[in-house]
Design a protein around this ligand. Structure first.
Ligand code: SF4
Length: 490
């Protein structure tokens, strides 16, 4: 996938000026969040479940090498071939070799964010194969030649009219705004692809170490058809997705759909183990899993380690006021929203995504809803600090932070600067008592006005309040040290 995270500010401007997108985003705002809230009240102790989810994910990451090797051994024992890829390009090459060896011409895919990371579709298409995305959202985006804008609802930024226009253009069918009809139309288009495909490519929500299985969690039947109809199946997934046991999976499955879409359970949970049995009607004759690192192992044991707990539910973006206004494409790579603001710089390098960790008010809504308790605002702070210490922020920002630090260490000067700064800002305000522009902070005032300070600094007000309280309460309950001393003498 093309990386555009370096142009974040430009992307944001474009997204904010896009009226159609803004209207689509306003419809999305709150939908998943409301459903999540309603789903949680039906669970006895959701907070305890979150603790369990967080500890399962944390414990597996402590011994990731052990669980991955266990997964590999169990998968191989059941006939699955396991491959290891250090980079996305290596993963693509492995998949391409599998496809060529099996004489594959037609590939059907279900949603795989890792294959978005590696740009798999382009590689297969260049090699002369036909690739069809079969998740409805991904299919719409393939027609529109766009990347996903959300990790669980990739086409959330498109209206039914836009989808209808795309279908008219590519299918030659009349326009309709009836969503079931649009779904029916997509189903009709996709069915022949499932039946003709030589290879199915899926992601993997979770890998189960004790059985060597790949679990995929979907709301459409496409995942099952992709993984069971073609003669070759390849799951491409990140190395962090492993869970020790099916018992652990059942705990995580109580968290994932509720956090993602507010469902008690998704329509399909498929646990794929090994190859087709002798005489069985379906299932792949060749089953492969490609375990992709692509920057993940660099995070292990480091200050961004906790981000690897992510189970890709999307709740952080569903609750993020920034995401809800700018949409997923603004983030410029595979993962948008708060988790994207961490994973993109972590996987691609901080210099490629400088503005992403800054794209947050640190309101902490993401942390409050994260089912595996990832401290997302803290991780963004870690990245902000790195940007500063590595000299990656603009000079005026570094200078102002240094100045602020110096003032914070010198309280007298801090009070002096605050008092004069307050007066200056008050003088700069118009008759409406609003600051429409601030030198050096024009990006901030571009979209909002700042109320001018009313005259006194916090310290002045605090001092006054203390003095007033001393006047109002003449009786002191605790004796002063001198009174205590006098009392003892008596
Ligand atoms: S960071 Fe948490 S809330 Fe966000 S996608 Fe990952 S698991 Fe879900």
């Amino acid at each position: 996938m093309k990386i555009r995270s370096e142009q974040f500010k430009g992307n944001v401007r474009k997204q904010l000026a896009d009226e159609a997108l803004q209207s689509n985003l306003s419809r999305f705002g709150g939908g998943f969040a409301d459903r999540r809230r309603d789903a949680l009240v039906k669970v006895d102790d959701f907070e305890a479940l979150r603790d369990r989810g967080a500890s399962i994910r944390a414990e597996v990451l402590e011994n990731l090498d052990y669980w991955l090797l266990k997964f590999e051994a169990e998968a191989q024992r059941r006939g699955t071939q396991v491959h290891w890829a250090e980079t996305g390009a290596e993963a693509n090459q492995i998949l391409l070799n599998i496809a060529r060896n099996a004489g594959v011409q037609r590939v059907v895919k279900s949603k795989s964010m890792v294959s978005e990371e590696s740009g798999l579709n382009e590689v297969l298409t260049e090699a002369g194969m036909t690739v069809t995305e079969t998740d409805l959202g991904e299919y719409i985006l393939q027609l529109a030649n766009e990347p996903p804008s959300h990790i669980i609802a990739p086409a959330i930024h498109k209206s039914r009219d836009e989808v209808s226009a795309l279908f008219e253009k590519h299918h030659g069918t009349p326009r309709t705004d009836d969503i079931p009809s649009l779904c029916e139309e997509a189903r009709g288009q996709l069915r022949p692809h499932f039946l003709a495909a030589d290879m199915g490519v899926s992601g993997g929500n979770f890998l189960i170490a004790e059985t060597g299985s790949v679990t995929i969690v979907t709301n459409e039947g496409n995942g099952r058809m992709v993984t069971t109809l073609p003669r070759v199946h390849v799951a491409m997934t990140g190395i962090e997705k492993v869970l020790p046991t099916l018992e652990d999976l059942s705990a995580i499955l109580r968290l994932l759909p509720r956090s993602a879409t507010g469902q008690d359970i998704t329509n399909y949970v498929s646990i794929l183990t090994g190859v087709r049995d002798e005489g069985a009607m379906d299932g792949p004759q060749e089953n492969h899993v490609i375990l992709v690192d692509n920057g993940r192992s660099r995070l292990l044991g480091g200050d961004l380690h906790d981000a690897l707990r992510c189970i890709r539910c999307g709740a952080c973006m569903n609750h993020c006021p920034v995401y809800q206004n700018i949409g997923g494409h603004a983030y410029g790579w595979v993962y948008p929203g708060p988790i994207g603001a961490i994973l993109t710089p972590a996987f691609l390098g901080l210099e490629k995504a400088l503005d992403l960790p800054q794209a947050s008010t640190l309101c902490a809504a993401c942390e409050v809803v994260c089912p595996v308790r990832i401290p997302l605002p803290d991780l963004m702070r870690v990245l902000r600090e790195k940007e500063l210490t590595q000299g990656l922020r603009p000079w005026h920002e570094r200078l102002s932070i240094r100045l602020w630090r110096w003032l914070a260490l010198h309280p007298g000067w801090y009070a002096f600067a605050a008092r004069w700064g307050t007066r200056l800002l008050r003088g700069m305000a118009g008759s409406d008592r609003l600051l429409h522009t601030l030198p050096g902070l024009d990006g901030w005032t571009e979209g909002r006005d700042m109320p001018a300070p009313q005259g006194e600094t916090f310290r002045d007000q605090w001092r006054k309040k203390q003095a007033a309280e001393r006047k109002i309460i003449p009786i002191r309950l605790d004796p002063s040290p001198s009174e205590k001393k006098a009392g003892l003498k008596k």
